[in-house]
Each structure stands twice: as C-alpha cells, then as structure tokens.
Design a protein around this ligand. Sequence first.
Ligand code: F58
Length: 842
Amino acid sequence: SVEASIPEPQREAWKKYAAHGFKTKEDFEKEVVRHVETTLARSMFNCDEGAAYSAASLAFRDRLITEWNRTQQRQTFSDGKRVYYLSLEFLMGRALDNAMLNVGMKDVARGGLADLGFRIEDIIDQEHDAALGNGGLGRLAACFLDSLASLNYPAWGYGLRYRYGIFKQEIVDGYQVEVPDYWLDFNPWEFPRHDVTVDIQFYGNVRKYQDSQGKQQVSWEGGEIVKAVAFDVPIPGFDTPATNNLRLWSSKAASGEFDFQKFNSGDYESSVADQQRAETISAVLYPNDNLDRGKELRLKQQYFWVAASLYDIVRRFKKSKRAWSEFPDQVAIQLNDTHPTLAVVELQRILLDLEGLEWDEAWSIVSQTFGYTNHTVLPEALEKWSVPLFQNLLPRHLQIIYEINLYFLQTVERKFPKERDLLARVSIIEESQPKMVRMAYLAIVGSHKVNGVAELHSDLIKTTIFKDFVKIFGPDKFTNVTNGITPRRWLHQANPRLSELIASKTGGIGFLKDLNLLNELEKYVDDKEFKKEWAEIKYANKVRLAKHIKTTTDVTVNPSALFDIQVKRIHEYKRQQMNIFGVIHRYLTIKNMTPEERKKLAPRVSIFGGKAAPGYWMAKTIIHLINNVGAVVNKDPDVGDLLKVIFLEDYNVSKAEIIIPASDISEHISTAGTEASGTSNMKFVLNGGLIIGTCDGANIEITREIGEDNIFLFGNLAEDVEDLRHSHTYGSHTIDSDLAKVFEEIKKGTFGDAGAFSALVGAIEDHGDYYLVSDDFNTYLHTQALVDEAYKNQDEWISKCITSVARMGFFSSDRCINEYAESIWNVEPLAPENGDTSGLQK
Ligand code: F58
C-alpha cells in the first residue's frame, strides 16, 4: 500500500541490495547451503535428500519471487486488463522440476546438486504432489496457468488452499482404500501473506431501510465471520521472466487463534471449536468427479473463496481510481465450471449494496466481466443448490438471485410471449420440492460468453442442455475452445529424451513455445536412424515404467510387450469396465489357444490406474474386478508374458509423467457424447503413443489433425446413443455374445466371489446398459485385434507415431489460451521490457 512505501531518499539502498536470485552454479550451491544451514537449521552432517529438496526448492522459490515482484510491478504500471481464472481445483503436481525447466536452470541445478553430493532425480522425487484437484478439470487449470505465464498474459489464478488434497489411494486385497493426503507439512512453494486477509460473512439476515437521503438501502447483518488468509504460489513462465500468481485462500477463525474470553472463563472446548469450525472450510477437497452432492460445507467453500477473491480483485481495481463502468475493461473473470458462479452474485451485491450503483448499471458491468466454461453434459454433475440451504447461509445472495431471475424471465417473456413452458424450463429457480438454484443457468445469464471444451461438446451443449438459452441469447454467446495441454510439462519434463530428439530435428527447443514446429518431424517419418532413436526412447520409457510396476506391484512385465494403458478417474461413462471385460475375453481366448497359436500373439500388458470417488460404489467394484482379474491372469502359467494385468495405485500427476511416455496404446473409450474433451488423450499422442478410442470429446479433433490412419476408432456415434438407450428400455436388449461369455466366467467365480460383481454385470444385463458397453463390445474387440496386427509391424507403427506427434501442434494449451484471450477475455500479453531477462540458460 501507499502508506508502507519507502520514501524516495532511502530507495537507493533498496535498489542496491535488491534480491536477484542465483544466476550461476556456484551461487545456486551457496543458496542451497545457506538454506540448509539457516532456514532448515541443519548441516552437512544431517542433510538427507528431503533437506536437500527443501533447500533447492527454496533457492528456486527465492529466484521466482524476484521475477514475480517485477512482473507484478510491470503489470501495475502498465495499468492494462488482467485475467482472473477462478477454479476450485488446481492440480499442479510437482513444482521443482517444472521451475528448473521453465527458468532454464535444470542443468545448473543438476551440476550444483552433484557437487553437494546428490543426484537431481532423487531430489525431484522427494517432492509431494500438490494434488488440489480431482482430474481433468483441475489439471486443465494447471496447464492454463503455465501457458498464461509463458505467453506473458497478466493473469492470476484464484483457488482454495486445501489442507487435504485428493486422497491417496491404496489397494488392499484388491479394494480401494482412501488415506488422507496431508501435503502441507512443509511446502516451500507458497508465500503466506498474513497481511492479506479478508473477513467473510455467513448466515445472518437482511435489513432494508431508508438512508438519510431517503434512498432504499439493504444491509446484510449478523451471522458469523471467517477470515480468509492469502497464500501465494509463484507461477514461472517458460523462457520468459514473467512470473504470475496463484492465490490460494485458507480459512481461519476471525477472532484469531481462539477466543481468549471464552478460554479465560473456562470454556476451553468451545473456544477451540470455533477455531476448528472456521478452519474446516478450507480443510478438504471434495473427491467427487462428475457428481454433484449439494453439501452445505461445499457451498461454504465456494462462497468463502469467491468472496475473498472478488474482494481482492475489486480492491485492486479501486486503487486505479477509475469509473466503475471501466471495470470490464480492466478485469476479465473466467468461471472454471459453475463452482465459482456465486462470483456473479457477489459482484452484483458489492456494486449494489456497498458501492451504491443502480441495478442496471451494476448488472451490465457484471455480465460483461464474466465468462463461463462448461465441462460436462452429465446431468448428475450439473450443480444445483437447495433454496432453503441458500436462504440460511447467504440470505442476501438468494434475494439477488431471485431478482436476476425475475429480470431475466421478464426479458424472455417479452421476447417469446406465448411460450409459457419456456419460462419454467429456463428459470434459474427450479420449481421442485425443495426449490433449487440451477447454477449453470445463473452462470449463463451472468456471463457474456459460454464455452465448451471440444467441438462435439460445444455443439452438444448448444443442442441439448442449453438449447433454450441459444434461442434466447442467440448463438454468438456460445462458443468452443478446444482444450490443450502444456508441452513443457507433458513433453519436455515427462519425456526429456524425446524432447531432446525433437529439438535436434526442429532447430532447438522453440517447439516448446510454438508447438506447430513439430510439423518438421514429418520429414523424418522414413529416416531409419531417427526411427531407431525414437524406438529406443520409447523402449527406455517402458523400462522405466516396468521398474515402477515391479517395485509397486511386484509383477514383472516384459518391456517389449505392447503397453496398453487406461489411466483416468474411474467412472462408468469412461468405461474401464469395457476394458477389463475385453481383457477377460483376451484371457479366455489365450486359454483356448494351441501353443502354436499363442506364439503368434503379440504380448500385452494392460495397465489401469485411477481413483474412484469414495462414495461411488460401482467405480470401486470396477477397481476390485481389475485387481482380481490381475491376480488370476498374472500367475497363470498358460499365459506367461502374453498377458499381464496391472492396476497402478494412486494415479496422480507425477505418476502420469512416468506412465504416459511409456504407452504404446492408450484407451479413451467413453460412451460417445459423455466425455466433454479428455486431455490425457492429447498427452499420450504427444508422447508417441497411439490411441484406441470412441468418437467422443477431443478424440474427434485429434483424428482430424493426425489422420484416420493413425488412430483406432470404434463404437456408436453420439447421435445414435439416445435411440440405442431407448431401444434397451423399450425394445429387446440382447447382450453381445462375446460379452456374454465374459459374464459367464465372472459368474462362475473365476475372478473371486461372483456376488461382488453382480451389480456391475447386472447394470448391463438387466438395467438398460446405459453406457452401451454391450453395443460397443464387438467393435471394441475387433479394433483391439487390429491393434495387435498393427503392432507386429513395428516399422509402420513407429511411422504412425512420428506422424501423429508431428501433427499435434494444435493441442498446446498456448493455442487454447490465445483463443480465450482473443475471443473471450479481450486481453493482450504484456511482454517484459528489453534487458529484463531472467538470465535464461538452456
Ligand atoms: C473434465 N471434468 C471432463 N470435472 O470430464 C473432461 O472431459 C475434460 O477434458 C476436463 O474436465 C477439462 O475440460 C472434470 O474433471 C470434475 O472433476 C469436477 C470436479 C468438481 C465436481 C464436479 C466434477
């Protein structure tokens, strides 16, 4: 703030001693030793790998914060528009490796650590993942932060600092067991800002009164206050000094540590209870993926985070002393799904109740500021909140929602006077028992743009769940921004050897900033030497994964076998059950083969990984079946190397970095029309693996880019799904004959107690097969057979892989962020001035 700024005459001293962060290997070593000896209070006599990791991270953190400061100053002085990305999830994974690569100092760090007695890989491996997300949505937010910084966009992320991230998954006797993930024990990547706090109000009541000028005023009074404390995480861009900020809010009792009054009067328990209740708000990430549960604590989390973030954004805007009408020229806020939709209401409340603007003026500012990204069409995932719950927790916000709805419905009524049903259909308030607030509708009404995350998905939202809104607002409000991934983490960091090989053929590491340069690789599709190197790298990555499999599951797999991988959250719509049924079918086929026939078969390792939501029983059953099948197959001497079935425990970002580069084929086999985009499909192809997949989400655009010959597509199309479902329920539903054989075997008890899997089988046999497993099973098996055949011709296979990688430029999250910037946010990059370099070393 202005009051805390140092007077001009004393600033010389500050400039002279300004922190710069290390630049050379020697400086880096000095910093590491200093942090070990002072920050950590240890010495060379008790410096283990954990301490070395901490000290190395602190050295990098110091460097980042210097650039962070400069970036923030530059953005403040330039006084341009900023982007705020509001997401309840940021699935960041590890930070050290990423920071070293983005600032171009990994080799320096490798040398420095070696001088100090450590191997850099062991040090990187010490880091606990920041797992503040469930899956695709949270990881997308993390990729976006990387691109925003790398492209020099002035942007902040806002999220929650969960004390417990997504649970750790253990497999015990084939079952998933959840273990809490307490990750904050020592986190060198965050800066607590105990001076940046916001008081957040809950409950209470609303009072209307006339002020001294006779104007109607509204005040929200009483209830309870919880304090939000900011924790900042610096986000380094790649090959630029620009360092953005991710601000995570942590909750704390407003009264401080605990209530001394109560404490002194002997009421120890309740004084501590208040504190604990406040801290509960940011305690834990809800572990549901694509399911909405409507719990009060979740709504509290949402408001807590949204209110603190908006307070911060508005405070920053007010410092510029501009007129309110300029707010949308200075601020773009993106809603990552409906979870932050309360921000729309909160901004309207601030402008109306606190700043005294008229409704229309305020609403025009609000609706120009927000953009909303939808990530799902699954009805069970669309957020709704009960009106009574809202009334109790956020009484003023509920009033404002009713008013937003009233004005909205009035305009609809004027435009479509004869359509009574339409009003009920698009009302933000669902007239159910109890009434519900439909958050997606609120987000649409409160935003100037709504986007889906892949072409098919964006078309589907326009023709199904949001059809009425297209009619009301016109088609231009709805747009598509196909998802992307950061090539820095998902190629350069996860697959350094491939990155190096690509760099050697495309004129350096420029492709990491302009992924279309991958095109150059097409020249080498028939280059023998190049292909040999390519194959060697894939093999080495498979050896690395095989080692991981050995240490974690004690199963030995052959790295020459075809690695077939499906890693993602476990969900019926993603159809891991279809995959494991296919594996069982393969097992039965092998059992029935003669030894000669077996010799001709390509050996396969089927690898699964992913967490089931703790309350999602069917998903847990799928995990159980996979493990039981593995237990039978992996020790069957008839099978040997021909088939191995692996379930990798606790799939997360850092494990993905080992798993993805090792795949030959990966499975993206959701029922058509259910997976909004998928992003791991992009990661697998970028790492030189092929895909077996359905015509769903981004698979369709991947096919368009890389060519139909380079992907194994199968299954019914989205446009036919509805009719098929209808025919299951109202016509006759015969189960595919191969699938029936698989079910027979499960029922015989070959894979353990058949009763354990009866619901899984029953969902398909008796309960309508909602996800069309039986309908797609035949073409799935057939297409897997094509994969077997294709893999036998390694030379052609590798050509397909190289061609695919060469054509993946489109899927960089840089392209994606540029599209958001241009078509939704209307923001420009702010390039660092000449001479303002981070001392990049490649
Ligand atoms: C995912 N959604 C989509 N939601 O399923 C996936 O197709 C898409 O690629 C990705 O978003 C990015 O656009 C997703 O991950 C969640 O995990 C939510 C978490 C909070 C509760 C509701 C689901």
